[in-house]
Design a protein around this ligand. Structure first.
Ligand code: NAD
Ligand code: TYD
Length: 350
């Protein structure tokens, strides 16, 4: 029986990964370690929380003693590390928090794995789930490959780049079996409404302004979260230690085009007049250091591990919008309290 530690399993992507592993590998013991920050929500796992092979542990990856003790006690075989501060705008207001969680937290986990595995690395794996943002920003052409030099531009991507470097350093220096994935923008159910797609769905529902940064001509490559969970599964089982795999959706969209499509689909579902929500589009001050374009060349994972994205974007968006429309209580819960303060600081008088 494999014992797998998934960090950040109460967050957006983490909850999909936990659910995917619990359902597919019923003989694995799955531990979800999460400190339940504003972005972590056990509601995301309500449907699986009573499964016998699921264990939730509340704890902070920055707490060195706690992490050592947990590793010592449970002796995990594999670690899939997703816990992080994940939002670029928050990293602009509070970079140090991103250093704490994303860099120090990752190094604590690496140290704990080293100590407990004691150089017996057979069947062990430390898998760091990272982002394509570490590669920086593209112009109108070209793609990020696994060989693209790191050139992070935001405090968020700088902290993820630093943690990727530490993960690779532990492979090179100590032989720790590690693997890294660098994935493009995810979307889907359970995403906290600070990121573009869920924030805009929430604002459309509530007829609030849709704050488009700059001219809306920045480009992102979107991947359905379920496809990312499957990529993490294949990398965890078939990935080669020391390797990096880029994961992407072959699905580039200019923000403004994506936002118009979101408005159109949501209006139809809410039986609103055609064009009603597009009137809410408001161009606001651009994000500082806003990366222009991200685009992933995912040919390595496709060729070597036989993964490919399965969701067509239109279907994925429909599924996502349907989820938010039928989970109003979830939305209300996460947008009450501190969210209001965040929203005001971020958007009012921007
Ligand atoms: P998220 O913000 O939704 O969730 C992060 C989770 O980590 C939350 O449950 C939070 O409670 C937990 N966490 C934060 N700090 C912690 C700490 N100190 N100790 C323990 N738990 C802590 O993030 P997400 O969008 O699900 O992203 C998950 C991972 O995937 C991150 O590492 C992120 O960098 C990476 N990633 C995200 C995307 C994306 O589009 N969202 C794309 C590529 C890679
Ligand atoms: P986001 O979801 O924050 O992801 P990332 O910055 O990590 O790519 O943003 C996606 C794109 O949408 C990005 O170009 C910034 C833009 N954006 C807006 O125009 N308005 C918003 O309110 C947000 C949150 C993002």
């Amino acid at each position: 029986m494999s014992k797998i530690l998934i960090t950040g399993g109460a967050g957006f992507i983490g909850s999909h990964v936990v659910r995917h592993f619990l359902k597919k590998y019923q003989d694995y013991k799955i531990f979800n370690l999460d400190s339940l920050t504003y972005a972590g929500n056990l509601e995301n796992l309500k449907d699986v929380e009573n499964l016998k092979n699921y264990h939730f542990v509340k704890g902070d990856i920055v707490d060195e003693d706690f992490i050592f003790n947990l590793f010592e006690k449970e002796k995990f075989d594999k670690v899939i590390h997703l816990a992080a501060e994940s939002h670029v705008d928050r990293s602009i207001s509070n970079p140090l928090q991103f250093v704490q969680t994303n860099v120090i937290g990752t190094v604590n986990l690496l140290n704990a794995a080293m100590k407990v595995w004691q150089k017996d690395f057979s069947d062990k794996l430390f898998f760091h789930v990272s982002t394509d943002e570490v590669y920086g920003s593209l112009g109108d052409s070209g793609y990020f490959t696994e060989e693209t030099p790191y050139d992070p531009k935001s405090p968020y991507s700088a902290s993820k780049a630093a943690s990727d470097h530490f993960v690779r350093a532990y492979y090179n220096t100590y032989g720790l079996p590690v693997v890294i994935s660098n994935c493009s923008n995810n979307y889907g159910p359970n995403q906290f409404p600070e990121k573009l797609i869920p924030l805009f769905i929430n604002n459309i529902i509530n007829k609030k302004p849709l704050p488009v940064y700059g001219k809306g001509d920045n480009v992102r490559d979107w991947l359905y979260v379920g496809d990312h969970a499957k990529a993490i599964d294949v990398i965890c089982h078939k990935g080669k230690a020391g390797e990096t795999y880029n994961v992407g959706g072959d699905n580039e969209w200019k923000n403004i085009d994506l936002i118009r499509t979101l408005c159109q689909i949501t209006d139809k579902k809410l039986q609103r007049d055609e064009g009603e929500s597009e009137k809410l589009i408001t161009f606001v001050k651009d994000r500082a250091g806003h990366d222009k374009r991200y685009a992933i060349d995912a040919s390595k994972i496709k060729k070597e591990l036989q993964w490919k994205p399965e969701y067509d974007f239109k279907n994925g968006l429909e599924k996502t919008i349907d989820w938010y429309l039928s989970n109003e209580e979830w939305l209300e819960n996460v947008t009450s309290g501190d969210y209001q303060k965040y929203y005001e600081k971020q958007y009012i008088k921007r």
